[in-house]
Design a protein around this ligand. Sequence first.
Ligand code: NAP
Length: 561
Amino acid sequence: MPDAQPHSDASPADRPPEIAAFDVVVVGAGFGGLYMLHRLRGLGLSARVFEAADGVGGTWYWNRYPGARCDVESMQYSYSFSEELQQEWHWPERFSAQPDILRYANHVADRFDLRRDIRFETRVTSVAWDEAAERWTVETDRGDRITARFCIMATGCLSAARMPDIPGLDSFEGDTYHTGHWPHEGVDLAGRRVAVIGTGSSAIQAIPVIAEQAGHVTVFQRTPNFSIPSRNKPMDAEYENLWKSDYRARRLKARTMRNGILYHLNDKGAMEVSEEDRLREYEARWEGGGIAFMAAYNNLALDAEANRTAADFVREKIRSIVRDPAKAEALMPRDYPIGTKRICVDTDYFETFNRDNVSLVDLRKTPIEAIAPKGVRTTDGTVHEADAIVFATGFDAMTGALLKAGIRGRGGLALADKWEEGPRSYLGLMVAGFPNLFTITGPGSPSVLSNMMVSIEQHVDWIADCLAYLGATGVRTIEATQEAEDAWVAHGMEVANRTLYPRAASWYMGANIPGKPRVFMPYIGGVGVYREKCDEIAAKGYEGFRLSPPPATAARAEAAE
Ligand code: NAP
């Protein structure tokens, strides 16, 4: 029986605080939270979803900066759980722009009537385990106090936007923006002098679009990035029909792939072929566009020499595109293997540096000293004047949003304390000491190294199946054992250390946040392998989890009733 089902209207801004009991609380109404709610309804469980924004969509709600676009192809960056939905929905472009993805999230929320269980504009401030009641108490900044048997964190991997701690920020006389919190009404940058700080995926998408409007753009680059052209184009009807003709089979195949994306992964190593063949392959992938470039050979993430051939190819492309040799040199990444910082995908990024109204400041030569009233001051004393500063400075990735929720488990243990030396979890799904709390695409799962839609659906389905099992067997609590968690963390590190990834100071490693522990956070063993592992664990009666009371006892008790 569901615990309770109080009022069901979408929340007005001035709604009274809600004091109630539910089976499940879900935090976040992005793609993870939306599908989770849908599955919980199917199980007959009562659920309350809290969402800080005033609408659904998560990352696609917040990241409205000019040029924001997904770099997984539209036909694959969408839900697969409803055949009708995937057949009926039409994506206008090969790679979807943010407004189209947000439109899709809203469509899903309406189509499956999800909004009535979501409380918008409500931020979760505390999530505490009540040992005696075996329930979570969830509190919000609107005074809500909800208890629930289960709590599911669907807070996303890249949702805690990060402003760097640069002195003088308050003194700036112009406007400041963060790509991850772009104003909903848009920003008119026409004719203005715009400083862009950062050259990650967000900046690389935004800069070419901003440069078309702005009077002048000054790009502040600390670390150059590898970027592959997207070759975005309107959706080809034939291509769309091809996908839709056997969508299900394609989705199933994608789930077995290393990163949950169906594309041609060459089964050869880069050094197994001649240089001529290699260049031909890279050229074809560069022309094809997108992140499939990194699948040109099967060992680009593993073998430094193989990796260097791909990196050299992209560096040569930068040299051939950017006319000013000094700018071209500054834009070439040299101190980390290609792909070990998230590969970027762009539309005319390097070409943009040929424009007269775009200049580049190499922060490795002249770091930012302070923000001055009129612009950005570098250590050579120059004030780069600007009317607006765009911070494209990224996120406290993977752990930031989870830690902000104020989660406390058994004995009042704060998740922040447990993760002081880096996130530890079992499968990126549960954390020892935090019973009945699940993390959708948490650290320790493939998450950001994969097609997020595939990983979200896999986690939501696994959690839903788990809850159904617990319900059917009378189990009240499920918790990762310490041993299983330790073994999973060790395995994750071992797999990561077999790759080149730990060689880069990336946000995967927590390296973008001063003081954050350097731990490789996502699971890099591959989406297909990971899914098998999760399924196997469930099939063995949730191996590595402590179920209480044990299902056998629960079943016996049920039979005796
Ligand atoms: P990001 O990759 O973390 O990039 C942040 C940028 O800001 C980096 O260039 C960083 O330099 C720079 N930076 C940070 N602090 C700075 C400081 N104090 N001074 C100067 N520069 C500073 O963040 P992002 O671009 O928002 O992307 C984050 C992730 O979101 C991506 O990796 C991707 O997974 C996802 N994303 C995906 C898409 C897509 O699907 N196409 C688009 C956007 C974002 P350093 O490198 O030196 O730290």
